[in-house]
Design a protein around this ligand. Structure first.
Ligand SMILES: Cc1cc2nc3c(=O)[nH]c(=O)nc-3n(C[C@H](O)[C@H](O)[C@H](O)COP(=O)(O)OP(=O)(O)OC[C@H]3O[C@@H](n4cnc5c(N)ncnc54)[C@H](O)[C@@H]3O)c2cc1C
Length: 348
């Protein structure tokens, strides 16, 4: 029998879309190639509502936060697992100017819901210019979410572990066939794997960004918040912290190197007063685009093909909202905001 959807990619994008389909009672199958270095597996999983500037919300931040909280809470319940951690992020100002800009920000009710002026910062934070707290933020244990959701989909018999052979996709009158199965629609959510996708490789405006992360051991640092100044430390429990990340635009590969380790160790030393040891180092490639915005929507040159990609540096906060917007566009013909729509990109 023909299924409603075939999803290609089982990282954050593909799984958040799968959740939307389940919520709506749609039938689907998800195909995911085994890629231990996929961005979703390397990610530190941090999320928060602020953009580049300390006193400004990121674009659509309230809507994205709502979507993330409702999706992650529903997923935790469905999967019987605990991978979503809401906690404040304490941000140390990097300069007097940062502190002054923050103090003289345009106050309004919306942004102030997300900020708290702490009178006393964390003891071990190096914050000579002070700090503030970002609320309704935290981190998603992406590995745990991926593992539990994947196991759940496997159990239901709707997960296949292999890389899609694009030459086996055959368009029919009612949708697409792939290896003896028939689907009405296909959603491509392959992250940087889209570079191998003949339908997408000319379309995706990638400007990829390598990132390196460390796992450190540090006694004495509070585990009830994330701390941040240039780099962030996410508490994993048992005195372990994920430190992230580097942003490297020139040498794109998923190989950790000494340069990345040194850069992060220096930044950790500038962030906290405590000694630490490095237990692990990892690297991955973020699916970032030239204008830094995601790409979602329908491919123009063939019916029934859709894309959910370009989550960039913020897959956690963006993913659930984008999955909902794409689903509502496909099923209810709602408009995709131009900022994230594939329509802003020239398609052959
Ligand atoms: C070092 C680092 C730190 C990061 N930290 C954060 C953070 O703190 N917070 C945050 O929000 N974001 C963070 N990110 C970004 C985040 O990881 C990404 O935005 C997000 O994971 C992208 O998800 P995705 O599903 O689009 O892509 P991916 O995670 O790459 O998943 C794509 C999946 O598709 C599969 N696939 C590809 N091609 C095929 C095919 N042909 N057939 C079948 N399967 C295929 C791949 O194997 C992979 O499993 C970080 C990224 C890096 C690298």
């Amino acid at each position: 029998m023909q299924k409603d959807y075939l999803i290609i990619g089982g990282g954050l994008a593909g799984l958040f879309f799968a959740h939307e389909l389940e919520e709506a009672g749609k039938s689907f199958c998800l195909i995911n190639g085994f890629e231990p270095k996929a961005a979703s597996k390397i990610a530190a999983g941090m999320f928060g509502p602020l953009g580049g500037q300390l006193s400004k919300l990121a674009w659509k931040a309230p809507e994205m936060m709502d979507a993330l909280i409702s999706t992650a809470t529903a997923l935790e319940k469905k999967l019987g697992s605990n991978f979503f951690h809401l906690m404040p992020v304490e941000v140390a100002f990097g300069s007097v100017k940062d502190a002054n800009d923050y103090a003289s920000r345009n106050r309004n009710e919306i942004i102030d819901q997300y900020l708290s002026d702490r009178k006393e910062g964390s003891t071990h934070l190096q914050a000579p210019y002070g700090s503030f707290e970002m609320l309704r933020s935290g981190w998603l244990n992406t590995n745990l979410m991926i593992d539990t959701y994947t196991a759940y989909l496997k159990e239901k018999g709707i997960y296949r572990q292999h890389f899609l052979d694009y030459s086996d996709l055959v368009q029919t009158e009612t949708g697409w066939n792939y290896q003896q199965e028939s689907y009405k629609k296909i959603v491509f959510a392959e992250g940087i794997g889209a570079l191998q996708n003949p339908y997408l490789k000319e379309v995706m405006p990638f400007k990829l960004c390598k990132g390196q992360v460390l796992t450190i051991y540090c006694e004495g640092l509070a585990a009830d918040r994330i701390v941040k100044k240039g780099i962030y430390l996410v508490p994993l429990g048992n005195h372990l912290f994920r430190a992230g990340a580097t942003y490297e635009w020139d040498e794109i590969n998923d190989i950790p190197n000494d340069h990345g380790k040194e850069e992060m160790c220096q930044k950790i030393n500038a962030l906290i007063h405590l000694p630490f040891s490095v237990l692990n180092q990892d690297a991955g490639v973020r699916p970032t685009t030239k204008d830094r915005n995601p790409v979602i929507g329908k491919l123009k040159f063939a019916d029934g093909l859709y894309v959910l990609n370009g989550l960039g540096t913020k897959g956690v906060i963006r993913g659930p909202w984008l999955a909902k917007i794409l689903f509502d566009h496909i099923e209810h013909n709602l408009t995709i905001p131009r900022e994230v729509s594939i329509d802003r990109i020239k398609q052959a």
